[in-house]
Structures are given as structure tokens and as C-alpha cells.
Design a protein around this ligand. Structure first.
Ligand SMILES: CNC(=O)c1cccc(C)c1Nc1nc(N2CCN(c3ccccc3Cl)CC2)nc(N2CSC[C@H]2C(=O)NC)n1
Ligand code: NI
Length: 183
């Protein structure tokens, strides 16, 4: 299991590089490792066995690779075998986003940030995301709420942004009346 790079390492503050297609063997393995981390981290037994923190998203810079690639695995609590979103997003671009904001009620965590940083991370409630998958197939998907938040968190990593950069230092729990909050 790849080691997670922690906040303070400059790779987390760099602009990651576009990934070339067809994928090199190295980048195919990176994509596989990034998804494998999430799968293992979400399994209570394996998570304990390998002492991993659970996550639903992991970006290549977090394993020291400054490349525009991130894995997203948002499980479906009702049906484990049919995740809400599961893919490795390569060279992702947010084509459009809602003005309306959404935030996780409990704030955000990040595998690269060990300390809890309280506060609302307001993001776009809805996004249209374009990305390429490991087979070179282009996707344009409309996401909302939790999957949209996770993808924005991971795409931020590819541009050197961390979740707490979005927290209002003067009022970390600021609200606007049309904000959506996700439990
Ligand atoms: C400070 N308060 C908090 O962290 C926080 C506190 C409470 C609730 C939430 C909801 C919080 N917030 C938060 N919880 C998560 N997880 C919930 C548990 N889950 C998980 C855990 C075990 C098995 C399977 C799974 Cl699925 C893994 C994912 N993940 C993220 N983020 C932010 S976007 C990227 C994503 C990420 O993967 N981070 C590592 N935020
Ligand atoms: Ni993160």
C-alpha cells in the first residue's frame, strides 16, 4: 500500500501535470493502486489489518505523484455492490458548476491532513465534470451533493488546493440561506 504524503510536503501545493494517453504501464499501476487504496480502506477488516484511514477519494499527489489523476469510490450504503460513483478520473475538468453551494455538515477530512480542521467547506452543489478513464474513454457526467463534493475535493488536490483553504477563517461555520448541507 502506497504511503500517503502529509500536508507540508510541497507536492501537495503543486499544479499536477496532465497525463498522456495511452497510459504508460507506470500510470496504469498508479491508477490501480489509487483505487485499491480506497477499496481496502473502506473494508473494516482490511482497513484495520493495514492500518489505513478510510477515504472515498485519493489524488495522485497524495502518493507523491504530481499527475492529474484521482480515484473516487463513493459507496452506496443500501447496496455495497453498486457504488454511487466509482472511477479513476484522469485530466478532470469541471465544465460548469452551480452557484448554489453544498457542504458536509461534519466538515471535511483528508488523508493528507492528520489534524481535524473544523468548519464548513462550501463547494458547488452540482457540477458537470469531464474526465478520461484508464481506457482513454472520455466521460462528461453531472454530479450533485456527496459525489460532487468528493470530486471537487480531489480535483482541488490536482491544483495544489487543500480543503481548509476554503474555510472562512473569520466564521468557519458561515451559512447562506440557500446553502445545502449534507450529512
Ligand atoms: C472533519 N470531519 C470529518 O472528516 C467528518 C466527520 C464525520 C462525518 C464526515 C462525513 C466527515 N467528513 C468526511 N468524511 C469522509 N469519510 C467518512 C467516512 N468514510 C468511511 C469510513 C469507514 C468505512 C467506509 C467509509 Cl466510506 C470515509 C470518508 N470523507 C471526507 N472527505 C472530504 S471529501 C473527500 C473525503 C475523504 O475521503 N476524506 C478522507 N470527509
Ligand atoms: Ni484530500
Amino acid at each position: 500500500m502506497k504511503d500517503i504524503v502529509r500536508d507540508g510536503n510541497k507536492v501537495l501545493r503543486q499544479q499536477a501535470k496532465k497525463v498522456e494517453f495511452p497510459l504508460s504501464d507506470e500510470n496504469k499501476k498508479l491508477a490501480k493502486d489509487l483505487m485499491e487504496y480506497l477499496t481496502v480502506s473502506q473494508d473494516p477488516k482490511l482497513c484495520k489489518k493495514y492500518n489505513l484511514r478510510a477515504g472515498v477519494g485519493l489524488a495522485a499527489p497524495q502518493v507523491g505523484q504530481s499527475k492529474m489523476m484521482a480515484s473516487v469510490l463513493v459507496p452506496n450504503d443500501e447496496d455495497e455492490s453498486n457504488p454511487i460513483f466509482k472511477d479513476v478520473i484522469i485530466n478532470p475538468v469541471i465544465l460548469s458548476n452551480s452557484v448554489q453551494r453544498a457542504a458536509l455538515t461534519e466538515g471535511e477530512g483528508c488523508l493528507s491532513v492528520d489534524k481535524d480542521i473544523p468548519g464548513f467547506v462550501h463547494r458547488s452543489a452540482r457540477i458537470t465534470l469531464k474526465y478520461t478513464d484508464v481506457n482513454g474513454k472520455e466521460h462528461t457526467v453531472r454530479l450533485k451533493n456527496y459525489p460532487a463534493i468528493v470530486c471537487q475535493h480531489e480535483i482541488d488536490h490536482l491544483h495544489g488546493t487543500l480543503f481548509y483553504d476554503h474555510i472562512n477563517p473569520d466564521d468557519p461555520f458561515d451559512k447562506k440561506d440557500d446553502d445545502i448541507f449534507i450529512d
